[in-house]
Design a protein around this ligand. Structure first.
Ligand code: ADP
Length: 300
């Protein structure tokens, strides 16, 4: 079973001709509200693939919190670990201009109130899980507590997004640490500037202590690095229409396959197919495929 520990946000999206400057008001399109947040996205992606999935997160006692709970339940996620109250549900205010560029303001809200104590209170969920997956849209102390209470035979997968420096215990627990280019750049700091390219990033990140590393490269696929060396995972060629949620669906699929006993390279190959389907559809959670849809892509 898979446990996702992370954020749940309502994404509030308005299309605009151009973004307002200071003191200015612009009119935009009708408001679209989507369930989002990396934790919520990963849980939905995994459940849709068929993984038995639970989410440990916090939402507000408000309409957006109910929307998030509803989207989790509709996907088949166990929401016993979704705590309610303490602050308003996290919100991302997103404006999108005609070229597709967006500006985003995030109010973490209840996500910032998911505490180490909440993690300790959910010990039974951890013991029921083969794989625990986390990101960094919740307090870093909460992720540190996850690593501390992790049962010895439970595997930990971390996508450090938004990226920030990680302490050695968290790094050492990652199997794998999953980063895109931006996250690799932040985690590597100055070493990024002198590195020769993605394979070098993977090796340098591995040297920081995780048991394994996956670097995702968008349409370039991914690299898997472990003590056995660096292996490339080819992307599946598709016509991408919207890459929102690609990384979340990739991580969820990887965690699902690892929980089923696949090797890291096998799991990453499956995750690349899942990410490829997700980019052929608009939106985040709406774009995540079922296992049958992933199978169909492989055949086609
Ligand atoms: P993030 O969304 O975190 O930036 P990436 O853009 O690297 O992550 O995407 C994650 C994975 O999804 C990639 O490793 C790849 O397997 C798949 N993917 C993303 N974009 C494409 C694309 N345009 N074509 C095919 N696969 C893609």
């Amino acid at each position: 079973d898979l446990l996702v520990v992370g954020s749940a946000n309502a994404d509030l999206v308005i299309g605009v001709e151009r973004r307002p400057g200071a003191g200015e008001t612009v009119l935009g399109s009708d408001l679209a509200v989507h369930p989002g947040g990396k934790g919520a996205n990963q849980a939905v992606a995994a459940a849709r693939l068929g993984a038995r999935t639970a989410l440990l997160a916090r939402v507000g006692d408000d309409a957006y919190g109910r929307l998030l709970l509803e989207s989790q339940r509709a996907a088949g996620v166990d929401t016993v670990g979704v705590l309610v109250g303490g602050a308003p549900t996290g919100v991302a205010l997103i404006t999108v201009d005609p070229s597709g560029d967006n500006s985003i303001v995030v109010s973490p809200g209840a996500n910032a109130r998911l505490t180490p104590r909440d993690v300790r209170a959910a010990t039974s969920l951890f013991h029921a899980s083969r794989v625990v997956s986390a990101q960094l849209e919740i307090p870093v102390e909460t992720v540190e507590e996850v690593v501390r209470i992790l049962p010895p035979d439970t595997r930990f997968v971390l996508n450090p997004s938004p990226p920030r420096p990680l302490d050695t215990e968290v790094l050492a627990a990652c199997d794998p640490l999953i980063v895109n280019e931006h996250e690799a750049k932040v985690l590597l700091g100055e070493a990024y500037e002198v590195a020769s390219g993605p394979e070098d990033w993977a090796r340098l990140l591995l040297a920081k202590g995780p048991r394994s590393v996956v670097v995702t490269l968008g349409a370039g696929g991914a690299l898997v690095a472990s003590s056995e060396g660096v292996v490339r995972v080819e992307a599946v060629a598709v016509d991408a229409v919207d890459t929102t949620g690609a990384g979340d669906s990739f991580t969820a699929a990887l965690a699902w396959r690892l929980g089923a006993g696949a090797s890291l390279a096998e799991a990453a190959a499956c995750a690349a197919r899942v990410g490829a389907v997700a980019v052929t559809r608009r939106g985040a959670q709406e774009s995540f495929p079922t296992a049958d849809e992933v199978e169909a892509l492989r055949g086609g």
